[in-house]
Structures are given as structure tokens and as C-alpha cells.
Design a binder for this molecule. Structure first.
Ligand code: HEM
Length: 410
């Protein structure tokens, strides 16, 4: 007979103490040493790789973003109505698997590779204006704009729309902030504007088929099954939302880490073939997504403990990515390390594993290669300002950098 999770004497923390900052790994490592499960005011934090993976691949644990309104005590009807619409992240079981199967072909490494030349063009274009000065705020000058033209290109949306996309994405992502209740109207207005925009985009493209992601999605078909119009809208919105703030914060996190490791930055410039490992190590060492949430869709027994239906757990990616049982010397950042094929969890794992992982990797790799080459002797030019804690996507709000200008530019 398993013991009810709520009756056991787990180590406890006030959630504020987990934080999001670069030192979170020390806090979570201390917690992991105390136990594999830590009680928080919201639910239970999973501190170790093995348990995070077990939960993320178990279809009885549902993605918890659908509970955000409840957790934030939102009663606004417009918000609640929108929240009931299915999204890929909130879908589960056969419905979710069907969708993943239908869209898999559109998100392969080859599909991401199509965009690499464009990624290089975008990143070079962003560096050009400040290259000769040897100074920039990397967040404002590079990270904020970088993913948007790529998503526009991916979807065949006009490039001049990127600032609008960016504003909608920023507004909608407030769903992950602790102060969501204060921004409900903005979130809903941005969501409605995005719906109208995406519907228009799809309608136009049905008459004008092209060889890009939106074309692939419209054509996606398996055994006579196709995506409906609502599913297409939902997926395009997921790409716009999940594919922008994530990449930009992750790139800023990576550069922030490299300012502490100038030798590795120089090595990356010398050996661009290290970009894939540098990307994985940056994702592991300082991920823009610090963890996720799941709730038990039914009573679940795990490790001799009974988690009754509704129990919330939070797989900590920070904990998993610094699990000393799996990663040799996890507190060391090393872009040359062979981590033996053990994966970090910053792109998720299992059923909801990041659909855009190949695209995200390509974007980060291309940006790192070009930045390392064009921004040698990288150093901080002021304090890094980190975004506040929360459940959401995290990284530097400001990253003032200096470097030695390179003769001859790109
Ligand atoms: C460095 C950048 C990125 C990071 C760190 C990241 C991280 C993640 C994580 C952790 C999840 C799983 C969440 C969970 O299990 O609760 C996820 C899911 C997802 N990501 Fe990403 N992501 C990134 C970039 C992208 C890009 C570029 C796209 C789109 C092209 C994208 C689209 C998605 C979608 C659609 C899902 C939902 C998948 C599902 O529910 O089946 N992501 N991402």
C-alpha cells in the first residue's frame, strides 16, 4: 500500500526561495541533496533528472498550463473562454499524439536547415549597426528582434509585421507571470488580434501554396487525416508564441554565460564546429525555461507514493540539468565536454518535447558562430539585469556587452 504524498514528511520550501537567477542551480542542488521531492506552497518540486523524465513521459501526468487561470484566481470571462480552446500544450492522449504525428514532417532538422542562410543574414544584419563601436545591449540590439523575422520567414508572413508579432507575443506571455491578474485585458486583446491576423494569413496562403512551414502544415496529411482550420490557427499561434520569447532569452542566457568564460568564447570563434555542443551546454547550464508543471489526471503511484488525481508537480529542469548522478561536474560550463549523450531538459522531454527544438537549435548555433567571430574578447560593459522570477520564460532583461571591433565587418 502506498502512502499518500500529502501525509509524508517532505522537506519544505517557500516557493520564493527557488528563484530563477543564475544561482538557482546552487539552491536546487541543495534541495536535491535533501530529497527527490520537495513540498512547495503550490505542489511538489521534482529535483532530479530521473524523476523529471519519468513524469514527463508518463501520459497520466497532464501539462499544467491549463491551471494557470485557477492558480492566479482569474475570473474574467473573456479570458476563461479563450483558455478553454485547445492548444497543443494543453492537449493530451490520442488527440495530442494525432496532432504531433500530423505536424512532425514540418519540424524536422531538414526543415530547420532551410532557414540557416536566412538566420545568418538576420544575425549579421543585427550586429552590423554596432559592430564598429564595440558595444551593445545584446538583449535590445540582438535577442529581442532576432527570432521574429525568422518566424515570419518560416510562416511566409510579411517581415514588416515583426514588431506587431513581438508586441502580441510579449502581451500573451504575461499568462506565465505572477501578476497575470493585472494584465488579463491585454492578454485577451492581443490573443484576439493574433487570431484575426493568423486566419488572414492562412486564407491567403491556401490560394498561394509555398514551400515553407505554413505550406507544410496546410499540406500535412496522414492516412487521409488533415489539420482543421482551427488546428492550423492554433499551431501557427503556438509557433509564433513558443518560438520567439524562448529563443531570444536563451541566446541572452548563453552570451551572459560566455562573458564568464572568455577562453571558451575564443575557442568557439576558432572552431565553429563546436557550435552544436556550445548550444547544448548553454541550454543545460543556464536554460531560459527553468522547469514545467504537471498534474495527475488520475491517482498515480510512483516510487511507493500515492499522488491523488489533481496533485501538482513541478519537474525542475535546473535540478535535472545539474544532477550530479548524470552529469560529470555539473557546475562546470564546458563547450568541449562530451556529456555522454545524456540530455538536458531545457527543451522538455517526452510527450510535450519542444516541437521547435530543431529550429531553436539551428537559431542558437548560427547566432553563436557569428557572434563569437564578430564579437571577440567579449566582456560585460555594466551589470546584467535579470528578469524577475516567475513560472515563465526567463533571462537577462539587459545585457550590456563590450568587445573588440573586427576589421572588415561580416
Ligand atoms: C531555446 C528555445 C526554446 C526552448 C528553451 C523551448 C522549450 C520548450 C519546452 C521546455 C517545452 C515543453 C514544455 C512542457 O513540457 O511543459 C516546449 C514545447 C513546445 N515548443 Fe519549444 N522551446 C524553444 C523554442 C521553440 C521554437 C523555436 C518553437 C517553434 C517553432 C517552439 C515550439 C514549441 C511548441 C509548439 C511546444 C508544445 C509541444 C507540445 O505540447 O506537444 N519552441 N518548448
Amino acid at each position: 500500500m502506498s502512502t499518500l504524498v500529502h501525509d509524508l514528511d517532505w522537506p519544505q520550501i517557500d516557493v520564493d526561495r527557488i528563484g530563477a537567477g543564475p544561482d538557482t542551480r546552487d539552491v536546487v542542488a541543495d534541495l536535491a541533496a535533501k530529497g527527490w521531492l520537495i513540498k512547495t506552497p503550490f505542489g511538489y518540486l521534482l529535483t532530479r533528472h530521473e524523476d523529471c523524465v519519468a513524469v514527463l513521459k508518463d501520459k497520466r501526468w497532464y501539462q499544467a498550463s491549463r491551471l494557470l487561470a485557477e492558480m492566479n484566481q482569474i475570473t474574467d470571462e473573456r479570458y476563461l473562454k479563450r483558455q478553454q480552446r485547445p492548444s497543443i500544450l494543453s492537449m493530451e492522449g490520442d488527440e495530442h499524439q494525432r496532432l504531433r504525428r500530423l505536424v512532425a514532417g514540418a519540424f524536422t532538422p531538414r526543415a530547420a536547415d532551410r532557414l540557416r542562410p536566412f538566420m545568418r543574414e538576420v544575425i549579421n544584419g543585427l550586429i552590423d549597426p554596432f559592430a564598429a563601436t564595440g558595444r551593445c545591449d545584446f538583449v535590445t540590439d540582438v535577442c529581442e528582434p532576432y527570432p521574429i523575422p525568422i518566424i515570419c520567414e518560416l510562416l511566409g508572413a510579411p517581415n514588416e509585421d515583426w514588431e506587431q508579432f513581438s508586441r502580441w507575443a510579449t502581451a500573451i506571455f504575461q499568462i506565465f507571470n505572477d501578476d497575470l491578474a493585472d494584465h488579463v485585458d491585454e492578454v485577451v486583446d492581443a490573443g484576439e488580434a493574433l487570431d484575426a491576423y493568423v486566419l488572414d494569413l492562412i486564407d491567403n496562403r491556401r490560394d498561394d501554396p509555398r514551400d515553407d512551414l505554413l505550406g507544410d502544415l496546410i499540406a500535412a496529411e496522414e492516412a487521409g487525416d488533415r489539420l482543421s482550420n482551427d488546428e492550423l490557427i492554433m499551431l501557427v499561434e503556438a509557433v509564433i508564441l513558443a518560438g520567439t520569447d524562448t529563443t531570444r532569452n536563451q541566446l541572452a542566457c548563453a552570451l551572459a554565460v560566455f562573458t564568464d568564460h572568455p577562453d571558451q568564447w575564443a575557442e568557439l570563434a576558432e572552431r565553429p564546429e563546436l557550435a552544436a555542443r556550445a548550444t547544448e551546454e548553454s541550454l543545460r547550464y543556464l536554460g531560459a525555461i527553468r522547469g514545467t508543471g504537471r498534474f495527475a489526471a488520475e491517482d498515480i503511484e510512483y516510487r511507493g507514493v500515492l499522488f491523488p488525481a489533481g496533485t501538482l508537480v513541478f519537474p525542475s529542469f535546473v535540478g535535472a540539468n545539474h544532477d550530479a548522478d548524470l552529469f560529470d561536474d555539473p557546475a562546470r560550463f564546458d563547450i568541449t565536454a562530451d556529456r555522454g549523450g545524456v540530455g538536458h531538459l531545457t527543451l522538455g522531454f517526452g510527450l510535450h518535447y519542444c516541437l521547435g527544438a530543431n529550429l531553436a537549435r539551428a537559431e542558437l548555433q548560427e547566432a553563436l558562430i557569428i557572434c563569437a567571430r564578430r564579437m571577440p574578447n567579449l566582456r560585460l560593459d555594466g551589470e546584467i539585469v535579470w528578469k524577475p522570477d516567475g513560472f515563465g520564460i526567463w533571462g537577462p532583461a539587459s545585457l550590456p556587452l563590450a568587445f573588440d571591433p573586427v576589421e572588415g565587418g561580416a
